[in-house]
Design a protein around this ligand. Structure first.
Ligand SMILES: C[S@@+](CC[C@H](N)C(=O)[O-])C[C@H]1O[C@@H](n2cnc3c(N)ncnc32)[C@H](O)[C@@H]1O
Length: 224
């Protein structure tokens, strides 16, 4: 990673920690309301959450997995249309808030929230038609529950996620992933492609600090 991206990452970490502490803890995204705490990724202030939510395009028969749900913002958005949503987070406080937010938005019957590391709470069955994923992407070691929202050292989480995801995704299903230019997205895409996936750019957006891209990612077709 070049010097400027390293510096930007450090500045962004300071800003995020201030926002988590002093930003509003009851926020609205696309008409849905979310209650969070200082230890749950705030969906209002980082642009990524709303941008990802605006690009969800699920159908009424879709079964969706929201990996790393945080406040539950993507789960709630998807559940407005989809048949069923499972939301997972490693941070127990995020799990508690995602459950509260599913209920507060009247979607408790469609959303199941689970605590765990990636796919560990699930049975190994290819049941999901869509998996939504905004992974942490900054360099650093997570030293608290909240820091799991920020850091993926050496892109280890990306490697694990894309090594395991095919066991849970239907054959015609896809992963919708948001990633940042600040975090060497070309390196992330090389890892993902190397694990047998095809990445297609769905949408891209420049902000003052970085550009965010949303990818539609499918398993490579195996020729007969
Ligand atoms: C960048 S935040 C995105 C939160 C939410 N999806 C959104 O759009 O606002 C990443 C989330 O992934 C969760 N996470 C990080 N590592 C995880 C893991 N190994 N298993 C499950 N969730 C994880 C974090 O706790 C955090 O809530």
């Amino acid at each position: 990673m070049n010097f400027f991206n390293k510096l930007k990452q450090q500045i962004i970490i300071v800003l995020i920690k201030a926002v988590q502490r002093f930003g509003k803890h009851r926020v609205t995204i696309m008409g849905n309301s979310f209650d969070i705490s200082a230890n749950v990724f705030n969906p209002k202030y980082y642009y990524t959450s709303a941008y990802m939510a605006q690009n969800i395009n699920v159908a009424p028969d879709d079964v969706v997995l929201d990996m790393g749900t945080g406040s539950g913002v993507q789960a709630v958005t998807a559940a407005r249309t989809a048949l069923k949503v499972v939301a997972i987070d490693i941070n127990p406080e995020a799990v508690r808030h995602a459950e509260i937010n599913a209920e507060a938005n009247g979607l408790k019957d469609r959303i199941t929230v689970m605590e765990g590391d990636l796919f560990s709470p699930l049975r190994k069955e290819p049941v999901f038609s869509v998996i939504l994923f905004t992974p942490p992407y900054l360099e650093g070691l997570p030293r608290s529950d909240f820091e799991h929202s920020l850091f993926d050292p050496g892109k280890a989480l990306i490697k694990r996620f894309f090594s395991e995801a095919q066991s849970y995704l239907r054959q015609d299903g896809y992963i919708q992933m948001l990633y940042s230019s600040l975090a060497d997205h070309e390196k992330a895409l090389t890892i993902i492609r190397g694990l047998g996936w095809h990445c297609e750019l769905m949408s891209s957006q420049e902000t003052f600090s970085e550009s965010f891209s949303i990818y539609k990612i499918k398993r490579n077709k195996i020729e007969p």
